[in-house]
Design a protein around this ligand. Structure first.
Ligand code: DAH
Length: 338
């Protein structure tokens, strides 16, 4: 029995030394000191020893146990320290590593809008925004588009209930401004507009910019001069501008404005469909009836107005063939416009 105690303590010592991590060590502990452990088993043999040996043996068994426990304690501390160190090393954050997140870029529509807004601010225009949900009165009637007017068909409308609709153009802000402010008025209104329209060059949501100038003695020549400066600033000094007669209910006379094709310089290409010209906007002298509708005396004041699609201008400027590219938010596309 004396030998057995000795050899078990030695065996425990070896097993403890071999344990490579805390889990293995915990198993070893159960194997020796657990309820059915090898060392615990010795105690049971004590009853078979002779009565005179029992006190010495009992003392030895206890000392052996204390020794084994001490060895476990030491090894546990050692393994714990090592494991903690490994864990910290694995979780270390390298703050010197370069950041991987990519910078975004400004959306081409915003880029073009900002450029246009800058040009008109330079000409003394004030930038305004208006509601996207409008009444029939402001979107149509005050702008001289009565209920049964054929021009309503040009703007396929989304109705949202009781006389309310998603504005089909930014022109209602002309009426809002004329009704609430006195001339001189010089405003530029960028904003989202909506039409039930969907193909390669039309999206149900798109962006327009509206311009309105009202003062004493304003004429078509002021409109021409303003739009020429605008076109040359946006598309380049060499750009030529052409005015064609047209029709809008809210202007009289009305014009459509073309610019010489920026891609071919006017020779004719796929972008301008061989004509050398690209239509960019509608404009005209404000119809006196619209002034009357909005409480401005047409005997004293006159003005001009214009409106165009920002999407269309961005597509022309950047040679984008399909309007959808502007709304899909594919970063590979957007990244090109830094
Ligand atoms: N509102 C017109 C449209 O959406 C564009 C327009 C044409 C605006 C002539 C104007 C204008 O202010 O004078 O098609």
């Amino acid at each position: 029995m004396f030998d057995k105690i000795k050899s078990l303590v030695a065996k425990a010592k070896d097993s403890i030394a071999e344990a490579s991590d805390s889990n293995v060590l915990a198993d070893v502990k159960v194997r020796f000191l657990g309820r059915n452990g090898e060392y615990t088993g010795i105690l049971r043999g004590l009853k078979d020893a002779s009565p005179e040996d029992r006190p010495t043996l009992g003392k030895l068994i206890n000392e052996g146990r204390a020794q084994i426990e001490e060895m476990f304690k030491e090894k546990e501390a050692q393994l714990k320290a090592r494991e903690q160190k490994l864990k910290l090393a694995a979780e270390r954050i390298d703050v010197t590593l370069p950041a991987k997140s990519e910078l975004g870029s400004i959306h081409p529509l915003t880029l073009v809008k900002n450029q246009i807004v800058d040009i008109f601010i330079g000409l003394g225009f004030e930038v305004k925004e208006g509601p996207e949900i409008e009444t029939d009165l402001f979107n149509f009637q005050l702008l001289n588009i009565p209920e049964d007017h054929p021009a309503r068909d040009m703007q396929d409308t989304f109705y949202v209930g009781n006389n309310l609709l998603l504005r089909t153009h930014t022109s209602p802000m002309q009426a809002h401004t004329m009704k609430s402010e006195r001339p001189p008025i010089r405003i530029l209104v960028p904003g989202k507009v909506y039409r039930s329209d969907d193909d390669a060059t039309h999206s149900p949501i798109f962006n327009q910019i509206e311009g309105l100038v009202i003062d004493k003695g304003v004429s078509l020549s002021h409109l021409k001069g303003t739009l020429e400066i605008f076109a040359k600033s946006l598309f380049g000094e060499e750009t030529k501008v052409r005015f064609r007669p047209s029709y809008f209910p809210f202007t009289e006379p009305s014009v459509e404005v073309d610019v010489s094709c920026a891609m071919c310089g006017g020779k004719g290409c796929s972008l301008c469909k061989g004509t050398g010209w690209i239509e960019i906007l509608g404009a005209g002298v404000v119809n006196p009836q619209v002034l009357v509708n909005c409480g401005i005396d047409p005997e004293v004041y006159s003005g001009f107005a214009f409106g165009f699609g920002v999407d269309r201008i961005a597509m022309i400027k950047y040679g984008i063939p399909n309007i959808r590219a502007l709304y899909e938010n594919d970063v590979r596309f957007l990244k090109q416009y830094k």
